[in-house]
Write a protein that binds this ligand. Structure first.
Ligand code: ATP
Ligand code: MG
Length: 423
């Protein structure tokens, strides 16, 4: 058999050091911004009981029907690699009795999610989400807080070309009433609907509103409108959210066709889109989920949150953000056995001064090591060769200018302090 090069699984990607700098930047920004608003990071396991997702995301959704990575473990349990973060955070909120503290729990997470989808630009099978959950408040001010944080974070990350779409999908009761009349209406056009929508008529009719199919779209023009089924409370909640967003000068479009792919939302649903990405244009999705915690066996606790798809976000940022992998500040060159002993003291001293360095690990001649020093893009090359050892000296070579000087080894620390401005 031919020896083939090992590849990552379809729909999964390595995140290489050249990209990690962006991920770290994003993580640091998220930590900084979210902790200002008292959000705390939480890390839940990637593996959860399959029933957690069945009970929360909802039958008839794409995730449950066809996207989950589910397997039976050695103990005969059905396990699923989490397809999203909210269900896990809610599970953790209940398992750890976080509600006992009797306060708002503001949590955020960043981690890998898994969905068996057709991989394409901006769509992977393992992807990452950064999400926040504000648990405990029914007030529309909480919806405004989370939406504002999404925009604040996007702005700080220089992701500026986005639009927010927002809708109220009412309470479960209101939605069920609407669902009935939508199905009644669509049954008249059953044969003209696209294949997926035909199926959804019986599994998840609200998702038909999402269809991109032209004929289905035309049929939907005359369909009953969810808006007309909303009760007074839903309307008041939505109006308040919009009022806060207006005050915050956050631009949004009301999209009365917007429904989310997960069943647990009520009242506010929103998405943030960018035109840069083509068809995978949604970078953030979120909404209110007041019944989920009770549904999963916890106390009746309202909540609202969102999740940003990191890979998609980074695709938009790559145009704007110039962050490069850091080069070492010093390249260390040694020659001979004694130099390789003495260099460790120098390394310790560099660490104490937080000066980054790369030690040459190839035992070949000085010229070759210095050549590598140039390639490393370090500012300075520190040379400890046999000549220097015998005179207790050390040579410093500036790699940009080729300037070089030899100093006494005992003066090295003082010299580096000046060059690198450390204390
Ligand atoms: P889409 O309509 O693109 O399938 P979704 O409604 O399934 O998105 P959510 O479950 O709301 O997505 O997840 C929130 C965000 O996570 C999305 O807006 C997107 O940025 C990101 N996301 C979801 N699925 C994927 C995926 N397979 N690959 C990369 N990012 C994804
Ligand atoms: Mg999806």
């Amino acid at each position: 058999m031919k020896n083939c090069i090992m590849q990552p699984l379809r729909g999964t990607k390595d995140i290489l050091p050249s990209d990690i700098v962006l991920w770290q930047h994003l993580y640091n920004k998220a930590t900084e911004i979210l902790s200002l608003s008292n959000y705390h990071e939480i890390r839940t396991p990637i593996l959860e009981s399959t029933s957690l997702f069945n009970r929360s995301i909802g039958n008839g959704t794409d995730i449950i029907n066809k996207e989950m990575y589910t397997f039976i473990d050695q103990g005969n349990r059905s396990i699923t690699l989490r397809p999203e973060g909210t269900a896990s955070v809610v599970r953790s909120f209940i398992s750890n009795k976080l509600y006992q503290k009797g306060k708002t729990n503001r949590l955020w997470y960043l981690g890998p999610m898994f969905r068996y989808e057709r991989p394409q630009y901006g769509r992977q099978r393992q992807f990452h989400q950064l999400g926040i959950e504000c648990i405990g408040s029914i007030s529309p001010i909480a919806d405004a807080e989370v939406i504002r944080l999404a925009t604040y974070l996007l702005n700080e990350l220089q992701c500026l070309e986005y639009t927010i779409e927002i809708n109220s999908i009412g309470s479960l009761k209101e939605r069920n009433l609407y669902k009935e009349s939508l199905v009644k209406y669509l049954l008249n056009y059953q044969h003209d609907l696209d294949h997926d929508s035909k199926e959804r008529l019986y599994t998840n009719p609200l998702r038909i509103l999402d269809s991109k199919h032209k004929t289905t779209q035309e049929i939907l023009h005359q369909a009953p409108c969810l808006n007309n089924y909303l009760g007074i409370e839903s309307r008041m909640h939505f109006n308040s959210v919009c009022k806060f967003l207006n005050k915050l000068n956050i631009k949004y479009n009301i999209n009365d066709r917007l429904v989310r792919g997960l069943d647990y939302y009520n009242y506010t649903a929103f998405e943030i889109k960018t035109h840069i990405l083509g068809s995978q244009d949604t970078i953030c999705g979120g909404g209110r989920y007041d019944c989920l915690i009770k549904q999963l066996g916890g106390p009746d606790t309202p909540a609202v949150g969102w999740a940003i798809g990191i890979e998609r976000l980074l695709l938009t940022l790559k145009h704007n953000l110039e962050i490069h992998t850091k080069h070492p500040q010093i390249y260390l060159v040694t020659q001979g056995a004694e130099a390789q002993i003495q260099i460790w003291d120098i390394i310790k001293m560099l660490e104490n001064h937080k000066i980054s360095f790369e030690l040459d690990l190839y035992n070949n001649n000085l010229q070759k090591q210095i050549k590598r020093a140039y390639k490393s893009s370090a500012l300075l090359c520190v040379i400890l060769a046999e000549d220097e050892i015998s005179k207790q000296e050390i040579t410093l070579k500036w790699l940009k200018t080729n300037k070089q000087k030899t100093i006494l080894k005992i003066n090295l620390e003082q010299e580096l302090k000046i060059i690198f401005n450390t204390h």
